[in-house]
Structures are given as structure tokens and as C-alpha cells.
Design a protein around this ligand. Structure first.
Ligand code: RBF
Length: 158
């Protein structure tokens, strides 16, 4: 669904479970760091606002989006981690690198979630332009990092 048609702020936080004892892994790609820092801050702030404890959020960086899958796995394998939120920005260039990276990450994160039976959230912003990326990292289409954190909380209540 297009971001423009999705009202991400429409979630009902009253349905959220108590996450004060839940432990979250955050995996953040260093590539496009100015943007991924904003995604990370959005996710962090959302988790705290809904009751997570600062000391229960484990943030790790990986070089680029392609490494999100392994980063997720290294965190998800720990029994005490309840959910992993993966954040990155891939912007289309002149070649098809974005296609390869995006598909690899989608498949990789799916596999990790199914293997460890816990939420592994796809917070990868994939856009055609830098402007579209900013629109989704605190701009007119919200902050996809914050939305990824909401998805993690929702899945923990599943
Ligand atoms: N990583 C990102 O997170 N976002 C990008 O937009 C991105 N573009 C890349 C473009 C090219 C041509 C290459 C070779 C890598 C790119 N990467 C990007 C890095 C990639 O995710 C990974 O870190 C490296 O390929 C090392 O495995």
C-alpha cells in the first residue's frame, strides 16, 4: 500500500500489551546515516513512549542495509531479545543495486523472524529519490522508524 494512503498514526495504543519487561534489538544501517539516525530516533522514542525501558533497547549498527539480516539474526538468537527492529534507507541509483539489496533484506528478515519465532520488523525505506526518503524519515509521510517500533509492539501482542 502506498504510504500516502496509509494513516500510520491511526493505531490504537490502548490495545498495546505492557512492554516494560520486553527487550528490543535495534539494527540500524550506517549507509545514508543522516536518514537512518532519524529512523532510529523515531523507533527509540516510540518504544520509550509506550513503556519500554531504556536499558532494554539494544542498538547496533551495520555497514549497510544488506547487512541488516545478519545483524538481526545475531540479536534474535538471544533468548532474552523479544523483538528486533531493522532500519535502513536504500535509494535507487543508476544501477539495479537497490533491487538486489531490497529483495535480499526482505527475504533475510523474513527468514530470521520465522527461524527464531519472534517479530523481526522490516523498517527499510526504499525510494526513488532522496526527497522521497526524507518524506518518510520525519517528513510529510511520517517516520518509518516510529512505525516500525509500533509494528514490533503490535506483533508482541499477537
Ligand atoms: N546500503 C544502504 O543501506 N543503502 C543504499 O542505498 C546502498 N546503496 C549501495 C549501492 C551500491 C552500488 C553498493 C555496492 C552498496 C550499497 N549499499 C547501500 C551498501 C550495502 O547495503 C552493503 O553494506 C555493501 O554492499 C556491503 O555488503
Amino acid at each position: 500500500m502506498a504510504t500516502a494512503l496509509h494513516n500510520a498514526s491511526a493505531y490504537d495504543a490502548s490495545t498495546f500489551i505492557d512492554i516494560s519487561e520486553k527487550r528490543f534489538g535495534l539494527v540500524v544501517a550506517d549507509w545514508n546515516r543522516e536518514l537512518t539516525d532519524v529512523l532510529s530516533a523515531g523507533a527509540y522514542e516510540t518504544l520509550l513512549r509506550h513503556g519500554a525501558k531504556d536499558e532494554h533497547i539494544f542498538r547496533n549498527t551495520v555497514p549497510g542495509a544488506f547487512e541488516l539480516s545478519l545483524g538481526a539474526q545475531l540479536l534474535a538468537q538471544h533468548e532474552e531479545i523479544d523483538a528486533v527492529i531493522c532500519l535502513g534507507v536504500v535509494i535507487q541509483g543508476e544501477t539495479k543495486h537497490d533491487d538486489y539489496i531490497n529483495h535480499a533484506v526482505a527475504q533475510g528478515l523474513t527468514q530470521v523472524g520465522l527461524k527464531f519465532n519472534k517479530p523481526v520488523i522490516f523498517g527499510l525505506v526504499t525510494t526513488n529519490t532522496l526527497e522521497q526518503a526524507w518524506d518518510r524519515t520525519g517528513g510529510k509521510h511520517g517516520n518509518k522508524g516510529a512505525e516500525a517500533a509500533v509494528a514490533a509492539i503490535q506483533m508482541l501482542g499477537f
